[in-house]
Design a protein around this ligand. Structure first.
Ligand code: FAD
Length: 487
């Protein structure tokens, strides 16, 4: 490499400047750096069944995040070049254009992304351009945590113990203070890529709810550690409170790295020892993200295949009407409907409610978990190739370290326990606002007078339950009995 030849840094799910190993390494060489994002919808490995195209809500997020990254790079003298196409040819072409002789990127420990990266490496090598791949977006690389058969662990607790046993992950790297950019490189525009909805523009709720980008991610982490963390263990299950970090989409797009979160949380606990218990709990949730990603590394078809094979014979029902009622938040169960409407409006749903709605779909409605996973994939701004299918399989009972199938969440009791004053339901299902607290999770038990005085006409202004809880539960258990013991 001649000393002044530029280096290209290829950004993927790591849309940040700080703790970005590839950018840090390139910037430290003191040569010009071209930062690149490729919208790759063409590489073979990125097409189904190997990987899924981004869902609608995630595409919206990506557009905002790329703009934020471009602005952030401009503040240190850099710029973001956007190109569309198969990554291998787009990157090789840019390298020739910029006269670069090295491309650096961070690993993504997912089979399709590694396959694409392999093609990029080969295309570059055939042009005499070198590649450097740095550790990716995990606390620990999947290859570092294996059992005796050289497989990833399938049970969370021993997995997390092993991760913790490795000690603190490396300290986050600082953002480069200055970049020397390569002049005259053309870029496409985010708006050319039709990532955002136009007709209709359904993203109003997302715009209201979120500020994508690294600065917002860091501000969110700081606010949470200054304030929210002190009640985390108690509040994290309460959808009616702001008790969690709301970092998931920022982590999904790599606007913040898990080791930045880890170290900031540990620092908060060291400063305020009373926070230790809450910080441990919070980091163990980050551990679930890690666990899901490690699982995905071992099981690339996690979104398609039951991890427990006896679920292959499960008698799922095809019921388009019920699926639609669930998607639209019109099941007649207020906590389920509140969750589904929160999801549609904001692109996220509280974790407790994700479990309740998933259980309801898979058990009360007997609809295949893959249909629910696909809906989440399209509507979540944090839709994650590991966490989404892993959690769906966990709820369905078909997954690794899964909840047993016979644990059927009761949507009435879940509502009463975790949304005791009905604040969450009232926020997302406004037609029930005037029901008293003791009826808010089961409006069908209200008397005609109670309904009338709350302005509700069941079946008209709000649906009757689409399935009776007790019957749904029994039907689910009977369906499960058909496959039990068939492995
Ligand atoms: P916090 O409670 O503040 O947790 C901190 C971080 O830990 C989160 O940002 C997230 O990265 C991670 N985390 C927390 N819980 C889990 C978990 N159960 N599994 C994996 N990681 C976790 N999370 C996603 O990021 N993407 C998904 O596509 C996704 N799909 C889900 C589907 C179902 C059916 C269920 C039950 C859960 C799913 N989750 C998913 C996990 C969880 O609901 C979200 O991570 C959480 O609600 C995000 O809110 P938070 O950032 O405020 O979480």
């Amino acid at each position: 490499m001649t000393p002044t030849q530029p280096i290209i840094v290829w950004f993927r799910d790591d849309l940040r400047l700080s703790d970005h190993p590839a950018l840090h390494e390139a910037a430290s060489r003191g040569v010009p750096v071209t930062c690149l994002y490729v919208l790759d919808e063409e590489s073979r490995a990125l097409k189904p069944p190997a990987a899924r195209p981004l869902g609608g809500a995630a595409r919206w997020w990506l557009a905002q995040s790329l703009r934020a990254l471009g602005n952030d790079l401009a503040t240190i003298g850099g710029s973001l070049v956007l190109r569309k196409g198969p990554a291998a040819s787009a990157i090789a072409a840019l390298a020739r254009e910029a006269n670069a002789n090295a491309v650096f990127w961070n690993d993504i420990a997912q089979a399709p992304h590694q396959a694409v990266a392999g093609d990029v490496e080969a295309a570059l090598a055939s042009n005499g351009i070198s590649s450097q791949i740095l550790p990716g977006d995990l606390l620990v690389e999947p290859k570092a945590i294996r059992n005796k058969e050289n497989r990833g662990l399938r049970v969370f607790t021993p997995f997390w113990r092993r991760v913790q046993g490795l000690g603190d992950p490396p300290k986050p790297l600082p953002a480069p203070k200055k970049l020397i950019s390569v002049p005259g490189i053309a870029s496409e525009a985010v708006s050319d890529w039709a990532l955002e909805p136009t007709r209709p523009d359904w993203a109003g709720g997302l715009r209201e709810s979120w500020r994508p980008g690294e600065a917002a991610a860091q501000a969110q982490l700081k606010a949470f550690l200054d304030d929210g963390i002190s009640g985390y263990s108690g509040d994290r299950d309460r959808p009616d409170r702001d008790g969690t970090s709301r970092l998931s989409p920022h982590l999904r797009f790599g606007e913040i790295s898990p080791r930045q979160v880890w170290h900031a949380a540990r620092f908060a606990a060291a400063e305020h020892p009373r926070l230790v218990g809450n910080v441990d709990k919070f980091l163990s949730e980050l551990g679930w993200r890690e666990f899901c990603r490690h699982l995905l590394f071992d099981v690339p078809d996690l979104a398609d295949r039951n991890l427990q094979a006896h679920f292959d014979g499960f008698p799922w029902k095809r019921d388009a009407k019920a699926l639609k009622a669930w998607q639209r938040g019109r099941t007649g169960y207020p906590i389920v409907d509140a969750g589904m409407r929160q999801l549609w409006h904001t692109g996220v749903m509280h974790n407790r409610v994700r479990m309740v709605v998933a259980s309801f779909l898979v058990k009360h409605l007997l609809i295949d978990w893959r249909a629910g996973e696909q809906w989440f994939w399209d509507t979540l701004v944090d839709a994650d190739a590991g966490s989404n299918p892993a959690n769906w399989q966990w709820v369905a009972g078909s997954g690794a370290d899964a909840a047993p199938y016979f644990r059927v969440f009761n949507p009435i009791l879940q509502g009463e326990k975790f949304d005791p004053d009905g604040g969450y339901v009232r926020r997302w299902v406004p037609e029930l606002t005037r029901l008293p607290d003791n009826l808010i999770h089961q409006p069908w038990t209200a008397t005609p007078i109670e309904l009338a005085s709350a302005g509700i006409e069941l079946g008209k202004t709000y649906p009757q339950p689409i399935v009776d809880h007790k019957q749904g539960r029994e039907r689910a258990l009977a369906a499960y009995a058909k496959i039990r013991g068939k492995d």
